[in-house]
Design a protein around this ligand. Sequence first.
Ligand code: NAD
Length: 335
Amino acid sequence: MISPSDLVVVTGAGGFIGGHLVRYLRERGCHRIRAVDIKPLALWYQRFEDVENRVADLRLREACYAVTEGARYVFNLAADMGGMGFIATHKADCMLSVLINTHMLLAASELGVERFFFSSSACVYPGYRQREAEVRPLREEDAYPADAEDGYGWEKLFSERMCRHFAEERGLVTRVARYHNVYGPYGTFDGGREKAPAAICRKVAQAVLSGRREIEIWGDGEQTRSFMYIDDCLFGTLRIMESSIDYPINLGSSELVTINRLVDLVEEIAGVRLHRRYDLSKPQGVRGRNSDNSRIRAELGWEPSTPLRVGLEVTYRWIYDELAAGRCQSIYTAA
Ligand code: NAD
């Protein structure tokens, strides 16, 4: 559907998924891409010279109109977000992403954008469905009655609804994916915004590099999650954008693991065994979360399937190399 000459806007392009999405679209022949992020260009994880790279604060209405001008497709990935350590302590910041989504939807509907993609999250699902480690995978309809993750999850749920109303009443075609924990190289692994797979890879790599054979784990390690490799996320994002799926749909892996199992896998890859220290005072999020993929299988005849071991291998190597080269990341907070 997206043809090479269409102008495609990717917001959050300086971040993890947005950076990969720009690369992926280029590889698929798009040669008119506008990549936008609030971070200075030097801090973008991936940057391409043949792409129109813009630095803009998309909480501002005028900035959203400026970056959307002339666009046919918009992938709106920009959000002030991070792993549990960040979203548990920055709820107001997370909710302020509603400014990005509001202004991007207004700009897209008024400037004649053909399709608008919004990256929602599994954090929209209610806490009362995620109290057990042996959790029943979350189905799309489980989002209601709502009891989303405080701050971040409520903002995503609200913005999902805005997408629906802009479609119903303003004729903007919107597509919404509920991402479940995405991981891979070229993302945040340090500084406070990192998510569990990157954090565990970093801690194991630091143990290897320093010779200190121990690791700190948040919680008792028996909480469960599923983790989707970035390649599956990109493929699914484009398929959903180009599909007729007009409701928020899960995009996640259904390979459920405990955090202890995640650590086992990274240790295997690194060839070490570490002494585990469990810190029960740290934020742990819900007890268990998995993605029910019945809908995406039925709609697309496909679901994310990269084995966790395979994706972690690539991710660990990248993080190890970054650390070994002395490159670390610091938290970037917009004023
Ligand atoms: P990320 O933090 O790496 O990327 C988000 C980017 O948005 C950052 O580069 C940030 O600088 C940018 N941004 C923040 N505020 C902005 C503003 N005011 N104006 C312009 N840019 C701004 O995160 P990510 O993992 O790449 O996530 C991308 C999207 O996917 C987000 O909407 C996120 O909520 C969603 N998501 C991600 C995951 C995951 O596991 N990574 C899971 C569920 C949903």
